[in-house]
Design a protein around this ligand. Structure first.
Ligand SMILES: Cc1cc2nc3c(=O)[nH]c(=O)nc-3n(C[C@H](O)[C@H](O)[C@H](O)COP(=O)(O)OP(=O)(O)OC[C@H]3O[C@@H](n4cnc5c(N)ncnc54)[C@H](O)[C@@H]3O)c2cc1C
Length: 514
């Protein structure tokens, strides 16, 4: 999610991550996290074992600990935060203190209605209800604990289909702003002696009784040591599969084009949940974004920069064509959702932005973060940038159908001349006639997991017949974007439910006394 050019994004992530690593190193000492051997010596029955110390896992631990429960977090990496370490960190919540302070009237019903509208009713209504009716309390909790919100927030939207109200927030340091609050809060619970964190330890499989009741987890430390931990409840909060190309393809049916998710998002929770009797859902809800420019031909590759294809910020001067040389969308259509859905039907989720020399010179910058000179140089050096003196040559170089591309450009030019575009496009300032001609290859991709483990309203992992797998819960991206965003990108509806479901499980949903 998010629209910032990956160039700026990478720079920021690397910088912030370095800072965070230093913080995490010292925190690890403070956290007093034992080695695997220490944890084994304790050999206790944990009230709650949480697999994954990220977006959903940390609030679950914090709030369960506040109830005096003994919690073990098993974390595969060497740091806390999970995908928040590189996410934009955008959240949405209705009825927050900030909204009230700013005089914004909003309520969860309106948030819910917006999500139903944007997703065209493809979400899991129960989970979305649970998320949005509790989102404000989650956001207020972050806010009360020093969340560093961007000053003029909330906003209606950016990069995704806008909400009808201003209820969209993120931090000055993006996902790291959330991590800062979570780290501070978890440290308090660790200091109380309620929370133990085992870093560099991977959960491998769940322990179950013969009747299917989950009783614990088998973990493996980095050094190969295998241990068993027993727990009264186990929460799978180990994220998605968006860094596992084979699983990505298998589960959603689309190629994993962009390497930009958290490296530990390998789908371990999907596998453990299914092995324990759960099932997966949401495949039909895959949706890619409207694309970025990759650094090379590798699959997956890294996004170099995202073109500004948002008409509300920059009206398009170019046309977009697929590999067949055909346009597939009115380029100035205001809805980002419409553009994303149109791209879903194009071969390899790919299109080329086509323009000529007059447009290059006169149009506002297509790549916000690159200078005119950088763009010009890219046509001589970048594998996704093409330049030629005829449209036919341009098409051949770029790998597009040459005959169709020439016809497409002729038709577009006719539309510019007559004022009537075949796609109904309104903004068409110049025809494409002046050589050299240019093409930039753009790739649709998704950085999250669509398919997820099925849970009920109480976040219990369920069998296909709807009955729960006893003592097993799941939250976060493991539930799949298909459940909380549907076949759309609903602003903040990954991080907000992950934090909220974690909080609710720890605070009240998990029953320890039965
Ligand atoms: C670049 C990017 C930008 C995004 N921006 C937004 C946004 O602005 N708004 C939004 O709503 N969503 C956004 N998302 C999605 C959102 O960030 C994630 O869906 C969410 O943070 C996932 O939370 P989680 O708790 O499920 O997983 P994570 O936060 O990833 O936590 C999972 C943890 O489990 C650990 N783990 C994994 N496997 C194991 C194992 N076997 N054993 C032990 N530990 C394990 C991981 O190391 C990790 O620490 C973005 C995603 C990306 C990649």
């Amino acid at each position: 999610m998010g629209d910032t050019s990956s160039r700026r994004y990478l720079r920021k992530t690397l910088f912030s991550k370095r800072q965070f690593l230093i913080g995490a190193g010292s925190a690890a000492i403070g956290l007093g996290i034992g080695s695997g051997a220490d944890a084994q010596r304790e050999s206790r029955l944990w009230d709650l074992i949480i697999i994954g110390g990220g977006t959903a896992g940390l609030p679950a631990a914090i709030f369960a600990s506040r109830r005096g429960k003994k919690v073990l977090i098993v974390e595969a990496s060497a740091q806390l935060g999970g995908t928040l370490l590189l996410a934009m960190g955008q959240m949405s919540a209705a009825g927050t203190k900030v909204q009230k302070m700013r005089g914004i009237e909003d309520d969860p019903q309106e948030h819910f209605d917006d999500i139903i509208r944007i997703s065209k009713n493809t979400v899991d209504r129960d989970l979305v209800r649970l998320a949005v009716w509790n989102a404000a309390e989650t956001y207020d909790w972050l806010w009360d604990n020093g969340f560093d919100m961007v000053l003029d927030h909330p906003v209606a939207g950016r990069a995704h289909e806008p909400y009808s109200k201003l209820r969209y927030y993120w931090g000055n340091d993006w996902g790291l702003s959330i991590v800062k609050v979570l780290e501070q809060e978890i440290q308090t619970e660790v200091d109380k002696g309620n929370v133990t964190i085992q870093f560099r330890t991977e959960a491998k499989e769940l322990l179950q009784e013969t009747d299917g009741t989950v009783t614990g987890v088998v973990v493996q430390e980095e050094n190969g040591t295998v241990q068993r931990h027993n727990g009264r409840h186990v929460l799978l909060a180990c994220g998605g599969y968006a860094s596992n190309p084979a699983m990505f393809r298998e589960l959603c049916g689309y190629t994993h084009y962009a390497r930009m998710s958290y490296p530990y998002s390998q789908g371990a929770g999907h596998k453990m949940g299914v092995a324990a009797g759960g099932y997966l859902r949401g495949r039909e809800n895959y949706l890619s974004n409207f694309g970025g420019i990759m650094v090379d031909e590798n699959v997956p590759s890294v996004v170099d920069v995202r073109p500004n294809t948002y008409p509300e910020r920059r009206l398009p001067w170019e046309i977009y064509v697929n590999v067949e040389g055909r346009r597939f969308i009115r380029e100035d259509i205001p809805s980002v959702d419409a553009r994303e859905h149109a791209l879903l039907y194009q071969p390899e989720l790919r299109y080329w932005i086509i323009f000529d020399d007059a447009i290059r010179k006169q149009a506002p910058a297509l790549l916000d973060t690159w200078s005119q000179q950088e763009i010009l140089d890219a046509f001589d050096s970048h594998p996704m940038f093409y330049k030629a003196s005829t449209l036919g040559e341009l098409a051949t170089e770029a790998g597009i159908n040459a005959e169709v591309l020439q016809r497409t450009v002729q038709q577009y030019n006719l539309g510019v001349l007559t004022g009537h575009d075949f796609f109904g496009r309104q903004h068409k300032p110049l025809p494409i006639i002046k050589q050299p001609f240019y093409a930039i290859r753009t790739q649709g991709y998704s950085s999250s997991s669509t398919v997820g483990l099925a849970v009920d309203k109480e976040l219990r992992v369920i069998h296909e017949d709807g009955s729960p797998v006893p003592n097993l819960y799941a939250a976060g991206e493991l539930l799949g974007s298909g459940q909380t965003m549907g076949r759309a990108a609903c602003g903040g509806m990954m991080i907000t439910p992950a934090l909220t479901f974690g909080r609710l499980l720890g605070q009240s949903m998990l029953q320890f006394d039965t």
